[in-house]
Design a protein around this ligand. Sequence first.
Ligand code: NAG
Ligand code: NAG
Length: 965
Amino acid sequence: MMEFLLRLICLFSFALRTLAIWQTPNLAFSETPGGLKLGGTGSGPTIVIDSKDWPGVTRAGNDLANDFGLVTGTKGKLATSTSGLTNTPVIIAGTIGKSPLIDNLISTGKLDVSAVKGKWESFTTQVVPNPTDGVASALILAGSDKRGTIFALYDISEQIGVSPWYWWADVPPKRKTAIYALPITKTQGPPSIKYRGIFLNDEQPALTNWVRSAAGFGSYNAAFHAKVFELLLRLRANYFWPTMWASKFYVDDAKNGPLADEMGIVMGTSHTEPLARADKEKVKPWDWKANQAGLKKYMQDGATRAKNWETVWTMGMRGDGDTASPTLDAKQLVDVIAFQQGALKSALGVQDLRGVPQMWCVYKEVGGYYQAGMKVPEDVTILWSDDNSGNIQRLPISSEMSRSGNFGVYYHFDYVGDPRNYKWINSIQLSKTWEQMHLAHQKNATQIWIVNVGDLKPLELPISHFLDMAYDMSKFTSSASTDPWLEAWATREFGAAVSKGTAEAMATYGKLIIRRKYELLNLNFPYSTVNYDEAETVLGEWQALEVKAQKLYDGLDAETQIAFFEMVLHPIMAGRVVVQVYINAARNKAYAAQKRMSTNILADDVKKTYAQDAVIQKRYHSLVNGKWNHMMDQIHFGYNNWQDPASNSMPSVQTIGTTAPSTGIMGVSVQNSAASTPGDAAPTLPSIDPYTPENRTIDIYAKGSGTVDFTITASVPYIKVTPSSGTLTYPSGVSDIRAIITVDWTLAPKDTTTKADITIKPSKGTSATLTLPITNFAVPPSFTGYVESNGAVAIEMHRYTSLNPSSGTSLSIIPNYGRTASGLTLNPLPSSPLTPSTAPRAIYTFYALTTAAAAKVSVYLPPSFNVDPSSPLKYAIAIDDGTPITVTPVPSSTLGSMPGGWSESVINGARIVSSNVGRVEKGEHRLSVWLLEGGTTVQRLVVDLGGVKGSYLGPGESGWVGRGR
Ligand SMILES: *[C@@H]1O[C@H](CO)[C@@H](O)[C@H](O)[C@H]1NC(C)=O
Ligand SMILES: *[C@@H]1O[C@H](CO)[C@@H](O)[C@H](O)[C@H]1NC(C)=O
């Protein structure tokens, strides 16, 4: 009974929620005053679409009719007129100016479309009484144009509980017993970005082999594209670049071109495929100088072939195979574009190209031509590219603002090339996508956003996020928008019960993966196996994340588990496996050097974990009876250059013999030292103080087979080591014990630095005596802020003391940004240049326990570019009232070439710039930060007071005292 009641309550609360992400709800799932019943168990709506309307509208209407069936068990029907529709729920959908049915309602004053008429891709939905004879009331969906109406139809689908990903990610429809339209007027559009879409690319092996086999399409034909286009429209996108490694969109299936146009997808082609032609159709030689007639015919034929279909025409050209053409320079490129514009005019039969969307992508060497002053016709949209790694290279600057073709951005969630391919699973930090695309939007690059999504399937989440921003950036003005968006996304896909946990998990995933892509983990293995317990801590974070995701998964019903596995648990689990393999392979080497017997345990762990990779892949391939077989086939282990190796390979591991050294079985090591004693000289422990954030530990371990007991004693009574004794046994027992040191600070000598000895005595063999430096200074009780430990202060950006707005802009925190915690950025962009005296200032407070003669502040930035070359990224820092030190962190570079330090910063997910700040006395200090140019974002600050050790992420966040945050 209790359970039954609880279930009822659950049903009721879900009944009130519609599932469209951040769109105004106009439906309800229980009877509401004035609500018009649209459907439910046993009754489906009739969706009336005039036969004169766009065929794509009828097609989407048909999808909506089916979606009612998925949700309530009773499908809707399609009709072309309202005659005979008494006593049945009616939805009338149509395009203003194209649907006589809708135009009639407007002319008779029953429908007001003034809010959307004439606008791009907009719609209004209203409940209208007596729309036509015999119909008492109907829900009217009126689109300003073809896609406006299509988006209105899919908006209903999403609200009733059919995810755009219902097919592509197996999201189960959310069952309902009744669906009502609320008596409110809703309007949506126009979208923030005019043309927004995806590029399917780098499609071999996974996508192509899936298309050929498991999916049953056979090739990149119209049946395949119908699935892609439907997904895009449900995601409110409108633009598509097709696969091109081995396919020819318009040729492979003659139905492809007409299908896109019918469904309402605007076709484009990649930056290297001019005038709607495929790379694989290119004439030979592909050389404007040697074969101009051939190239001209190729381009003219492309314009002619696609002239009847909505297209954003790709202009310009590159050399063969997407490389720089050795015989083409800026002057000739101008000729190419002039010819292309002529070809378009003649194919389309127009005098000028106003209203004909054209795009020219400034990619690689072409950037150099543009920077050198190459003139581009102003009706051509200039598409700025990122660096293929998610960092936009250039954005519109003030002198370019008046171009009628405006600007756009070509972005990457997948790439084949330098520094290394990333095309296996999702490796995108959403808050970083927000940071870059929000900047693009603020700088008015709003005509086109296109993102390279590789095989599509692994990138469901970043695709949804990118397209939601492109549709309505007004919902994403806050730098804290990503996490609430994630929660709304998780609610739609998996339900409200797990939405918060899922959002947290994917925000954490973003932080872990931005540190280093999977393919790059074996390039100078990044994490320190010695300092700050870094490698182990990172592994622990991945493992904890997987535990969290697994718990969420376990709480879901079996249907939802499939979708959750595909989009959340799989990337976390598969990612953890790769990280564990590389981290434990690195630890295995470090342990071998210390002659720890657990070297062999780690070797086994690497082998066992590596074997899990294939198991997880198999599990993915067996989902839904093999529906996704071949997805995630991409090689991801064992890269040694940018290109993927022929097969996965496990990193090498070592094993060591079991003969104990003459000093006995016992060995001892401590943090921040590679030494193993006895044998090596006994290391000094890192010092401990009341604010040390991490535990001080001693590792005691077996260096040979057998058993040994040990005891641990400290030379002073206020130091406790836990455990104080133990037994090591190898191979059949506990081979490693980690002891934790704690200090009773009330008994330790105050206001001084001292030392104590800790002795580990084995029952047989040589003892080890370690020195522990102790610093026992107290910060004043009134102090709030970070406290130095071990000569370092590591600051996360969200723990500021103050953020002062100034000059019409503010410093804002981006939660879950960067490699460790959060980002600091200017939002909104300043309207005029800033200096430390005019810019908003962030203050971070810290307390130095000792005096540093020559302190240094390291600022951790993302690998961003100077998107406005005349106003490079810039910040200033100062300690206390010191003169601000102004820094332009990114060296200037020619457009299309990468700035100095680029490769390292992209590999590391951070660019670290250090400034000397001189002497810092013991006591309280303010570290001020000013961001002086839009797009400058900081993800971490480390003050080196003389003790910072080499590591990848820097010291762990420092201890914090005083008021919490
Ligand atoms: C972007 O366009 C808007 C509207 O035209 C304008 O007010 C704003 O100043 C532009 N932004 C920039 C950075 O130029
Ligand atoms: C320190 O050790 C305690 C006791 O084992 C443990 O609960 C805690 O999580 C450790 N803290 C860190 C930062 O590792």
